[in-house]
Design a protein around this ligand. Sequence first.
Ligand code: ATP
Ligand code: MG
Length: 558
Amino acid sequence: MFTEEKKEEKSLNFLEEIVEADLQSGKYTQIITRFPPEPNGYLHIGHASSICLNFGLTKKFPGYTNLRFDDTNPVTEDTEYVESIKNDIRWLGFEWEHELYASDYFDILYNFALTLITKGLAYVDDSTSDEIAALKGTPTEPGKNSPFRDRTVEENLVLFERMKNGEFPDGSLTLRAKIDMAHMNMLMRDPILYRIKHAHHHRTGNNWCIYPMYDFAHGQSDSIETVTHSICTLEFAPHRELYDWIIEKLEIYPSRQYEFARRNLNYTVTSKRKLLQLVQEGYVNGWDDPRMPTLSGMRRRGYTPESIRDFCDRIGVARRENMIDVGLLEFCVREDLNKKALRRMVVLDPLKVVITNFPEGVTEMCHSENNPEDIAAGVREIPFSREILIEKEDFMEIPAKKYFRLAPGKMVRLKGAYIIQCDDFVKNESGEITEVRCSFIENSKSGQDTTGINVKGTLHWVSAAHAAPVEIRLYDRLFSVEDVSSEELDFKEYLNPDSLHVITGYAEPALLDSNPGDSFQFLRKGYFAADAESTAEKPVFNRTVTLRDNWAKASESK
Ligand code: ATP
Ligand code: MG
């Protein structure tokens, strides 16, 4: 489906165009962008898109990108998340100029608030959140002024200081900007700037019991860092007016906000809140479960940073939200692994084949290339003997039309080894085929001249005596429906019950020479990565992706 697509020199996206124009006009000599995660969860594929965009801009144009933790909400944040975020960004292949924390600006932000109060542009409000909401109005009706709106500057300064000193309980008072309760943009109707929250913060401890709201922290942090282009997702477009208002009134560095569309992937969720639920309620085995769309989950599953960057590059940036097909992501990882992954033979559902004319107790070494796409990867030895294992599905008692695998009287090539012919088979009482009996053709070993023998199928196989049992985790999509993003849906009801099957596979010995994270192509079966906890004693492999898009085929044949 995606193979037709060619990677060409792409024209600039709309954000690159803006940056280029700003540099050409001399508005800036270098640009500064930032990636601003809230440390309340692990990064997911949507964040990767924002990372590639922000870091990508300063790779293409002069300037740099900061990593700023947007940690102004004490309750949901944690240092575990901070560490995982740093780790994931580096793994993806990017390095930030400065590591910054919005919480480091709490003093500056407090002083900014004092400035607004002094200018008569902010006031302390005793209204409860319900009372504030009741006076807010609707998009078509203006709101009403709070009875506390006309407090004097002195009164506001005293009250705000007392808020800071912890004299009031949570939710009793707020600091609000004094803008316009009849403003067309609801966010401009005296937005809350500070709220009281007696909570421990992962970095500032118990120093503060008032915390700035997003709108009074984000733009100001950008400004403190002299960020030139502050890129966020579309839902923040209505906030831009407030972003500009605060910067203007404080007379601080004029950072500018630009929006691009959030990236959503089908068959999964890209919301930290929902992913946290899956983790906490035990639907998956942690944030790095290979079914998760988190970067740590994808890494464990065998995705490479190159494949994720390629994916982000191909989807580009858009101004409108849309759903991206996970098939594109899978296409990108196949492309990358095809170039890099060593080939190995592993039988997932074994059927014994006895080569009756091959001597008992003899092992003969065969050879096969590690990667036909990369000659430098060399060749490996594969032991061949009288008893081998093939996939059950590679034998049919009564072959269907165009079945070029093994069947009575038919010949196949064993990859890297001999051509064999099926002479007979054995069934047990319940009618299952338990053994296939074959003979090998002399002088038909891979590399020998076999002109005159017409063989269409090539099978993967392992020598039974040399096969190593390995645990194989077959992963599939986490959700069984395409779009689970709607808030009306209980997304957990749509989990795919078949998202994980654990089986034992039988591997050629060379596979055991691997380290956690190594990727392989299991011939004819897909790409697999050695799990983070895989050991020589208990090897475990995760299926990254099948060789072909089985889902596309299934829906085509419907
Ligand atoms: P979530 O809803 O998953 O918590 P968020 O936007 O609240 O996402 P943040 O930690 O605030 O998460 O995001 C950091 C940056 O990543 C922000 O600039 C945000 O716009 C961007 N981002 C988050 N999710 C996506 C997405 N799906 N597509 C593109 N960018 C995203
Ligand atoms: Mg957020």
